[in-house]
Design a protein around this ligand. Structure first.
Ligand code: NAP
Length: 299
């Protein structure tokens, strides 16, 4: 946070419910301080749709540079923006809004956040690779957009409810640009998981410390990269299984940091200095240590 909040301080924040354990204020305010920005980032807990409309009206007239959006409002906010960027339209969700002259411009930074964290945390480039994506909700949609951007070779969307996986692949059909995508149910996924270069967990299975892995971990093998988008707890059954199989496992904190940093880069559009990912990661790691409860997430 800027050392002195004054009459010229600009505002940013996160809209969601519940937000008691959000890591975003710690991570963003540390970045603003390191960047010398006279900005402050606030939790904006919104309990219902009526509250959401009131907060969006307020945000248009207050000195907000922008705000993040988390569960359960990523789809609702998209429909309330004045303009929505192509990646967010493809993902069907907005997690970052820039406020320009009272207008709301929606973005989705989860896709770029995922690619950046894979590159940074695992040295992994998805270009031409075989990817298994577990889940068919909002995070999985953003991940599928990411793998289209990265020109993956093939993506298999695996979901408990196979109809949702099929719907996601069908919806993304016009945007696939040569990336081969298929849908399948979890029970039929073994051969795809065994032959994958990358397995990404975009389900919520693992958020509770007692959760099992979303797939049998004996399907994993050495040489694979496994990203679990979940970052609380840091050590999920999937990541433990990946480690036991000799695969490279990474947790979701890197993605959280990179999607937040990309949001700052959008809001601070005239600056040549990217948001300091290392400062944000340190702040998020400290905040996670102080708030280790698994009940909610930022994304
Ligand atoms: P969502 O839209 O609610 O989707 C949840 C997904 O999990 C669905 O595919 C659902 O399958 C599956 N699922 C839930 N319970 C299950 C169970 N018991 N067995 C098998 N599958 C189950 O949630 P979301 O917004 O996509 O978020 C998913 C996860 O990604 C959350 O843990 C979230 O915190 C994380 N995330 C992390 C970041 C980051 O920056 N690290 C960013 C975004 C999201 P069905 O369709 O069958 O119900």
């Amino acid at each position: 946070m800027t050392s002195t909040i004054g009459g010229r301080t600009k505002l940013a924040g996160v809209i969601g419910w519940p937000l008691a354990h959000t890591l975003s204020p710690a991570m963003h305010n540390a970045a603003y301080q390191a960047m010398g920005l006279d900005w402050v980032y606030l939790p904006l807990p919104v309990p219902d749709q009526r509250g959401l409309l009131a907060v969006l009206d307020a945000v248009r007239v207050l000195p907000f540079v922008g705000f993040n959006v988390t569960m359960p409002y990523k789809a609702a906010v998209m429909s309330l923006c004045d303009e929505v960027a192509m990646l967010a339209q493809m993902a069907g969700a907005v997690n970052t809004v820039q406020v320009v002259d009272g207008r709301l411009i929606g973005y989705n930074t989860d896709a770029r956040g995922l690619l950046e964290s894979l590159e940074h945390d695992a040295g992994f480039s998805a270009e031409g690779k075989r990817v298994v994506l577990l889940g068919a909700g909002g995070a999985a949609a953003a991940a599928l957009v990411a793998f289209v951007l990265a020109k993956a070779g093939e993506v298999t969307v695996v979901n408990r409810t196979v109809d949702r996986a099929e719907e996601l692949v069908e919806r993304m059909g016009p945007h696939l640009r040569g990336v081969s995508a298929r849908a399948c149910g979890t029970d039929d996924a073994e051969e795809y998981v065994r032959s994958a270069d990358l397995v990404v967990n975009a389900t919520s299975v693992g958020m509770s410390p007692d959760d099992p892995s979303p797939i049998p971990t004996q399907w994993l093998r050495a040489g694979q990269t496994v990203e679990d988008m979940i970052y609380r707890p840091a050590d999920t059954a999937l990541l433990r299984g990946a480690s036991a199989a000799g695969a490279r496992g990474i947790g979701g904190l890197g993605m959280l940091v990179c999607q937040g940093a990309t949001a700052i880069d959008i809001w601070n559009e005239n600056s040549q200095s990217p948001a300091p990912r290392d400062v944000m990661r340190d702040a998020a790691t400290r905040a996670l240590g102080q708030s280790p409860l698994p009940e909610e997430s930022d994304s």
